[in-house]
Design a protein around this ligand. Sequence first.
Ligand SMILES: CC[C@H](C(=O)O)C(=O)SCCNC(=O)CCNC(=O)[C@H](O)C(C)(C)COP(=O)(O)OP(=O)(O)OC[C@H]1O[C@@H](n2cnc3c(N)ncnc32)[C@H](O)[C@@H]1OP(=O)(O)O
Length: 303
Amino acid sequence: MSVCGAARCWWIQTRGAVSLRVLQQNRTVCTTGAPESIREKLQAFPGGSIDLQKRQESGIAVLTVNNPARMNAFSGCMMLELEQRVHELESWTEGKAVIVKGAAGNFCSGSDLNAVRAIANPQDGMRMCEFMQNTLTRLLRLPLISMALVEGRALGGGAELTTACDFRLMTSNGVIQFVHKHMGLVPGWGGAARLVGIVGSQNALKLLSGAVKVDPDCGRQMGLVDEVLLCSSGEGETLTHAEQWLRPFIKAPAPVIQALKKVVVSGRELPLEQALKTERNVFGTVWGGPANLKALALKPKHK
Ligand SMILES: CC[C@H](C(=O)O)C(=O)SCCNC(=O)CCNC(=O)[C@H](O)C(C)(C)COP(=O)(O)OP(=O)(O)OC[C@H]1O[C@@H](n2cnc3c(N)ncnc32)[C@H](O)[C@@H]1OP(=O)(O)O
């Protein structure tokens, strides 16, 4: 069965400008957008988990794609769990950032091929595709600074998952590969649209049509990888380095960090007039707020 790459999530087909409020509404609709049948079908493919650890003291969450026996491939249940975890993070008011990683030193090898083979008809493939497209769109729209920590391989849908984060950090053994061509497919989880925005259309076409194995050097050169972590030791140290990389960007109260992400999302996704309106609305939520008043009281000097 061919997992469709042609499916288009209903919200892409929304014509015309959308405000952040409408984006939020889309999110609400997205949580109920998937017909129950696809949820039931995905439920039939167990295995693995999507683990979420929310660290209240730092405001950093760690979301782990955990299916090491299958190189962290997404089972159907893991697709459903990912949506649940994203939904949880959408309302984490103390949150500042989320690190997306794989278990056991590997990132993610895409959909579980056993599940993909079993979702026989194109209609269910389209629905699975749309379900994951909506979920990854919501992941990227989270009011949190997001990072894909790529250790080992990120293949197919796993490569698409890396594009649904604001930043990508890679270890020296990391590889991002859009293997879709080899499977007679195109990305369907939104990876192509996001990749064009990250590396430009020409580099995106090279990576997709060449199924290029993007190593750290290639990724840095193309702008797909934001930092290479040279730590060769275990999972724990790599995560610590990733958290250290985030620190300068989250050094502010959570409401301020969340507001900054919201205005960047609207600037990236909305037509100018809508983006300016959203920026004004978000500005209004922090102007005169606790962080603003505290800063004014301190007579700040930005040396
Ligand atoms: C293309 C888009 C589509 C979508 O959008 O949904 C997809 O993502 S389809 C999946 C695309 N991914 C792949 O094609 C990757 C397939 N796997 C591999 O190429 C290799 O397994 C690799 C390179 C990830 C690792 O190779 P290595 O030799 O180091 O290990 P094994 O191949 O022996 O893998 C260990 C174990 O994991 C199972 N495995 C790996 N990937 C998947 C997967 N995507 N689905 C299901 N199972 C997977 C592999 O079968 C081995 O299990 P075993 O029981 O030992 O055979």
